[in-house]
Design a protein around this ligand. Structure first.
Ligand code: SF4
Length: 361
């Protein structure tokens, strides 16, 4: 429990901690559920909004506790409808969350760290370094705040943990956040099937994702140890390509699920026919699909986006080998909101000129 004399952050309490808290106040246990529903299902920002608590209990609660939500949100809207949310945290740090519309889907890409300790060469976030891990309530707040942004006829359909940071490097907070997101009685009631956690390759922690019941994506991007060391040096120190793929083969995938491999295509680097052939061999026999992501360029990057025809050739080679393969559309590139582009507007950076529509809330 939080320290005495400090205001307790209600959003930072687990269900058990909330029950303990209401018992200390000599309130009935059901009060815990009431408060939790206000926090998650009704997205209350103030205790005074909790109108099914008596005035006296609300007053008591106000003296003891508070609700820590992000303090500020700036929305950058891309020409393709993608919305990048820049959220300011309690300590002034900024994180990025992206709402991506696509046909019937509205996907929210969620961050788990401020910056990232890994330094994947094709990713802008990696150039920031790691500032800190997000707390579980800061992860959930991204979903709550994105919901605040929606029009009356919009609903988020998918959650992907592919924003800033390596989710498996902040696993405890991620697991607590997923509990809040999936709890049906007081939480947001998300089906774990609609949640994807993506890792750069922390092989020893994959099985812990299985325990969360969500889907797993692996950011692969290379077909030889040497290539992966060049593109993803930090994570290659932690686990080789061989040990990562071995962990993927051991992964206890539920019968109706499959792994997703993400593969960022870099012109002349990993997009050649020989790369496609090696990828086919590496994935042989695995229940999986592959998402190809043509590189999204950012200032200062040494890589280039491959031409469309090379992307299609790569896709065909995989498809002919019987692999389910999709080319991910690049969304939100004009607001640096596409895959690998997050971070330019965040902690410790000079802001770029914002040409797309900017609004604040
Ligand atoms: S790709 Fe993911 S793991 Fe790699 S640097 Fe970027 S945020 Fe970190």
């Amino acid at each position: 429990m939080p320290q005495p004399n400090a205001l307790i952050n209600l959003l930072g309490l687990t269900e058990l901690q909330m029950i303990k808290f209401v018992r200390i106040q000599r309130w009935p246990d059901y009060r815990a559920g009431q408060i939790l529903r206000w926090l998650y299902q009704r997205r209350a920002r103030a205790i005074t909004q909790m109108t099914d608590l008596s005035t006296r209990d609300r007053l008591t609660l106000t003296e003891l506790a508070t609700i820590h939500r992000s303090t500020h949100c700036t929305v950058l809207t891309s020409q393709d409808g993608t919305r990048k949310l820049l959220l300011t945290l309690d300590d002034g740090m900024t994180i990025e969350t992206v709402l991506i519309p696509d046909a019937a889907r509205l996907t929210l890409c969620v961050s788990t760290q401020v910056g990232c300790m890994l330094d994947c060469g094709f990713c802008l976030t990696g150039t920031m370094g790691l500032h800190r891990n997000l707390k579980s309530y800061e992860i959930v707040d991204q979903v709550l705040t994105a919901q605040d942004q929606l029009a009356a006829d919009e609903r988020i359909t998918n959650l992907v943990f592919m924003g800033m940071g390596e989710p498996l490097a902040n696993l405890d907070a991620l697991a607590t956040a997923i509990t809040c997101l999936t709890n049906k009685s007081w939480g947001l009631g998300w089906s774990p099937k609609r949640i994807i956690v993506s890792t750069a390759g922390l092989a020893s922690r994959l099985k812990e994702v299985a325990a969360l019941g969500v889907n797993l994506a692996i950011s692969l991007n290379a077909t030889t140890e040497e290539q992966r060391r060049d593109l993803m040096p930090a994570v290659s120190e932690i686990a080789s390509l061989k040990s990562l793929l071995a962990a993927c083969r051991r992964y206890p995938c539920a019968p109706n699920r499959r792994l997703t491999f993400e593969y960022v295509l870099l012109a002349g680097v990993n997009d050649r026919p020989a790369d496609a052939q090696r990828l086919v061999k590496l994935l042989r026999g695995m229940r999986c699909k592959v998402n190809l992501i043509p590189f999204n360029e950012f200032p200062g990057s040494r890589f280039h986006r491959p031409p469309g025809r090379d992307v299609l050739h790569f896709q065909s080679a995989l498809r002919e080998a019987g692999i389910d393969v999709f080319v991910r559309k690049s969304r939100g590139r004009d607001v640096l909101g596409a895959c690998g582009q997050l971070g330019e507007h965040s902690a410790g950076r000079e802001s770029v000129t914002l040409t797309p529509i900017e609004s604040r809330c």
